[in-house]
Design a protein around this ligand. Sequence first.
Ligand code: ATP
Ligand code: MG
Length: 587
Amino acid sequence: MAPKDPAPAQPASNFIRHIVEADLAAAKYASRRWAGEPGEATRHASGPLDPARIRTRFPPEPNGYLHIGHAKSICLNFGLAREFGGACHLRFDDTNPAREEQQYVDSIIDVVKWLGFDWGPNLYFASNYFEAMHRCAVALIERGHAYVDSQSAEEMRANRGTLTEPGKDSPHRARSVAENLDLFARMRSGEFPDGAHVLRAKVDMASPNINLRDPPIYRIRHAQHHNTGDTWCIYPMYTFAHPIEDALENITHSLCTLEFEDQRPFYNWLLERLHEAGFFAQPLPQQYEFSRLNLSYTVLSKRKLMQLVEEGHVDGWDDPRMPTLAGARRRGFTPEAFRAFAERIGVSKSDSWIDVGVLEDCVRNHLNEVAQRRIGVLDPVKLIIDNYPEGQTETCVAPNHPQRPDLGTRELLFARELWIEREDFMLTPSKGYFRLYPGNRVRLRYGYVVECTGCEQDAEGRVVAVHCNYFPDSHSGSAGADQYKVKGNVHWVAVQAACECEVRLYDRLFGVSNPGAGERDFLLDINPDSKRVIRAQLEPALRQTQAGSSCQFERHGYFVADRVDSKPGAPVFNRTVTLRDSWAKAR
Ligand code: ATP
Ligand code: MG
């Protein structure tokens, strides 16, 4: 699969919006009652329902940090609820005791809030529903819809059949209700070791859909759970737990990615059986699938992200190069950019690749509007104005934003010695070079026009200082300024006032559009130049930059004061994105 062209700038409506609109127009939920506290009761409780309300949920498993793919799902679920005046739940799907940790819970809460979404009182943990799920399982057994299987894992696998062959019934499938209830109770009480028995739904071993061939719904796991401790030694399987979680919370539209499409028949089967048993009222939650986000130059698999962190290829989960939302935040990406990105890529059922340039563009567009302009000299060399009196200084006024006078102006100190970019001088200019070279004139942005007179070099021929003379009547904005026609415009910072800071020039973590394509080891595709740390000379106002705040360094790109490493009065800057897409050519 190759990355595809970006989606059109104007977002189209999408099939999920259409479904929601149709359901609301039909007042599908008018007869429903919201449950009180989900998990408190498995039967519907109190409260009239507003027929204009939908409920969605974002259900992460707290076993890793959220990434850019999750942002698509978050924006979709919370966005629909916001658009249609409904509610979106944040639910931790923590039914697997082995892999879940509090640090992941905390970071997920943090990042969903950061993206600008609010779940109000609707924060839930699936593990709080274990009692309710257990009651559902018992009800299935009582009604002949579930049985305890005692085959070994290998026997179960062998009897499951294949895509072309039906499965074989387990010899335990015909156990009586009483025997099943007894065995299930003993599973719960801890009598058996892991794997001795499983509880299976009794659906159809001959179904063409393998997910309906009596899927396991409870297994024995003698393990500590981060929330319930050692209360339980049996745990519900995801395919059983998830529909029940949705139903307990009165979810109307349960949105998930396409790989769950084949699970939908079981989702419906289960909720219908539980409805018959008196647990959940119609209309039951409906599952809808959309395609997951694939992003070029990026990996989004939790396993690979874990490997990058654990093997030290990056500086942790929130490394600004990581596609985690914690990393993107530290990099200086904004919630507004993510929300615009989600709108721009849309929602559909077809598998698509989005170029990461689309996301970077959304970041640029937003920062272009809000980020104040500042001056940073990233590769400094001294410019000496020989005819400017030693010891004299003056101030030049620069706008904080070229299109937004409301953001005001600031003063820049001008003096005899300035820092300029090394690349803004050439001893022997190449064709089409308009900046400083002996005999040429340029404007020092917001200041004077100068004419270059030469340079000083060290023993190796490296330029250590550039010399020039200035024209006192050429100051920007003064009456005489117009008589000087120059093609080059160079930024600068006065040496005596400059603030020297660490700046990290981040670039894409992977150097190819599809890292690890085919059988290739994705680690081989890491871009060796994805992080360069330099010391830059910045305009003095930047010394007071608040951690997490963004600005544009003129001519360079957007930068953010690192939220972790910045200290008051001593910021460290991360390059968020360059002004133009330097990777566009590679596409
Ligand atoms: P795993 O299930 O392997 O642990 P996951 O990436 O599916 O990993 P979850 O925590 O289960 O992680 O995901 C939470 C929600 O985010 C799910 O509804 C899932 O469908 C959605 N999601 C995950 N990855 C993407 C993606 N790349 N694009 C869109 N949605 C995604
Ligand atoms: Mg998942």
